[in-house]
Design a protein around this ligand. Sequence first.
Ligand SMILES: *Cc1c(COP(=O)(O)O)cnc(C)c1O
Length: 361
Amino acid sequence: MTGLWPPLREELRGVAPYGAPQLDVPVCLNVNENPYPPSRAVVDDVAGAVTLAASTLNRYPDREFTELRRGLAAYLSGDAGFTISTEQVWAANGSNEVMLQILQAFGGPGRTAISFAPTYSMYPEYARDAMTTWVAGRRHEDFSFDLDEAARLVDEHQPSVILLPSPNNPTGTALPHEVIGELCAIAPGIVVIDEAYAEFRRAGTPSALELLPEQRNLVVTRTMSKAFALAGARLGYLAAAPELCDALRVVRLPYHLSAVTQAVANAALRHTDELLGKVDELRAERDRTVEWLVDEGFEVAPSDANFVLFGRFDDREAVWQGLLDRGVLIRVTGPDGWLRVSIGTPTEMKAFKDALREVAT
Ligand SMILES: *Cc1c(COP(=O)(O)O)cnc(C)c1O
């Protein structure tokens, strides 16, 4: 302690807290939320479940969140087409917390986690918070995965964690099975495929869940924040071999999932079909948005997610500000020159297109 106050860890000094601007504007297309709020029926069921949970709030919640794990396992089994057991499922307050727990358990001092840019900007922060060395390789120019570069870096750094979103944020690029299989084969540790946007993938794009039976070092994370339209509830989860889930129980905080969170998520899972009911519409709107942007002469990254990365702009900050001045909030992220727009309702997308025409064409 050299008299500096507050006595922060060296590597945290001068670091600004991460976060997209939370601005009160008419059209919010910046954090990839599902634009459709829950229906009356879902609201009533969630409220009833919370009321019930409230009557026992003097007690700690179920530490193993068994009912919730069962519900999530059932949902994932439906998506995967084979049975994923309760012991293969883990959950926490958002998949961001799941990711931090993964790094706390499988990273740590003297160990390395690796990803490939451009990718999710939160990962290096979790690595830092878990005292894990962070190495970022590169993707190809078109954002597809560079397996040769990956093999080279894995060999050089021997990472205990490889962390990859599929579809990737912010590019929307999904990983083919061959890439995931090869990474699992060469990885000395675990391979985490962050499928936060999996439900939005195009027909023919596979889910990494399908590889679970053959890859014992594979971890597939999911979230209720995006397709499930439940970002406010904070519930993320994963599927992996039971021994990997067991390891996470060592680092989780006691009773990390509150009784209220568990009640809300359980109630939401009873309405899975309805909550996911807008996903097809959003996928179609995504495809229309890509087409429109291409027609307007922009460069567009093909997307399997509920957002689109487009460019390129000499001054992307100016375009972002021009849209904001017209009541449309999107995101400055990804490589220089590119912007990301989340898929909203048709009305919101019209506002986006009108504003973009004014600002950038
Ligand atoms: C949005 C997002 C998540 C989800 O985070 P939650 O904590 O579950 O809300 C995870 N990974 C990526 C790449 C994302 O973009």
